[in-house]
Ligand binder design. Structure first.
Ligand code: FES
Ligand code: FE2
Length: 374
């Protein structure tokens, strides 16, 4: 695919709820839209265009006034939480033009994450952000690795996450495990909360764990159920369940969506939440939120929680993926000129992911054309 794009009509993670303490202005770029985001005194998260309607000065560099309005740092225009200008210092008594308004973006705060819709607000009701009930839940320990700035189109990371046959050789020396690449892959697709999803399922039995998985999940030999699911272009969820041979729970033929791990049972594992938020065609922001049952500790060091142990290893693993996708991105700068990618069996999920995103883009463009014609 030579075209590099991002979908705008989609919910994307702007940060964890804890990244937005009350009354702190933050500047973001999501899908090429500059956005100022903050939490009001009352706890509501507000997002609007980061360009002052007067002379484009970034509002995120302004300040919040005691009455809750945002004051631009350049000439002092003040905006309420809907983005409407309510005060112009140089026209204290004059009427305020309705044009002195900055566009607000739809916001949803859910499961410990703040989601923004950078596209057409009228279409924001067609989808809901995917659910990640483990994040910010007392029964779970959640540790965020990142945010990391990735020099590549976000689809390259999504493809990387859906196809773990790259563990060897890219992650040789840490999570590289060549036997893992040979586990057969099943595919599941469907729709949830208005999002088309694609999920790979890897099941294996009496599998000898590599040392790092034995350290995290204790059992040296396991039956394992492992899913990677692009729940939407904004989020990929990974669930790994391990149990001693014969003790892994069977659920709905083991094809359940979105994949979950019970806390407190014989099964050990994790839920990884990857958020990928496009900045532009060539860059995005990646977070890995590691979730493990709060009571689980590492085999090699029982003073350390499993979540902590996993999160300690991930920056080195992520650095290898960051390198790989940036190198791939660099090669997109050359015209195809007869070049065509070869598709292998494990590439099936990434082909489906591309199709889902291409279809979303097509719908988004068609809706924009209809709007322009009205
Ligand atoms: S640029 Fe904001 S008030 Fe002039
Ligand atoms: Fe990787």
């Amino acid at each position: 695919m030579s075209e590099q794009f991002f979908v705008r009509d989609c919910w994307y993670v702007a940060g964890l709820s804890s990244d937005f303490p009350a009354e702190k202005l933050t500047g973001h770029v999501i899908a090429k839209k500059p956005i100022v985001i903050w939490r009001t005194k009352d706890g509501e998260v507000v997002a609007y265009d980061d360009r002052c309607s007067h002379k484009r000065f970034p509002l995120s560099k302004g300040r919040l006034m005691p009455d809750g309005t945002l004051e631009c740092a350049y000439h002092g225009m003040r905006y309420d939480t809907t983005g409407k200008c309510v005060m112009i210092p140089s026209h204290p008594s004059g009427p305020i033009s309705p044009q002195a308004t900055v566009r607000a973006f739809p916001v949803i705060e859910q499961d410990g994450l703040v989601w923004i819709w950078p596209g057409d607000p009228a279409r924001s009701e067609t989808q809901r952000p995917p659910r990640v009930p483990e994040v910010g839940n007392d029964q779970w320990e959640s540790i965020c690795v990142g945010p990391m700035n990735v020099s590549a189109n976000y689809l390259l990371l999504i493809e990387n996450l859906l196809d773990i046959t790259h563990f060897y050789p890219l992650h040789d020396g840490n999570i590289g495990d060549i036997a893992n690449s040979r586990i057969p892959i099943e595919l599941e697709e469907g729709e949830a909360d208005g999002n088309q999803y694609v999920m790979t399922i890897r099941q294996t039995s009496s599998y000898k764990q590599p040392p790092y998985l034995e350290d995290w999940f204790h059992y040296p030999v396991v039956d394992r159920h492992h899913t990677h699911c692009m729940m939407s272009p904004g989020l990929t969820r990974v669930v790994m369940r391990n149990a001693p041979p014969g003790q892994l729970q069977k659920r709905d033929g083991d094809r359940e969506f979105p994949g979950r791990l019970d806390v407190g049972g014989v099964e050990r594992g994790y839920v990884l939440v990857h958020t990928h938020t496009p900045v532009d065609e060539r860059s995005h922001v990646w977070r890995i939120i590691v979730n493990c049952p709060a009571k689980d500790t590492a085999k090699g060091d029982p003073t350390k929680s499993t979540a902590r142990r996993v999160a300690e290893m991930f920056p080195a693993v992520a650095a290898e993926d960051l390198w790989a996708v940036a190198e791939q991105q660099r090669m997109f700068e050359y015209p195809d000129d007869g070049y065509a990618e070869v598709f292998l069996k494990p590439d099936l999920a990434l082909r489906r992911a591309r199709k889902i995103m291409t279809d979303m883009l097509r719908q988004e463009r068609a809706a924009a054309q209809v709007q322009a014609a009205e």
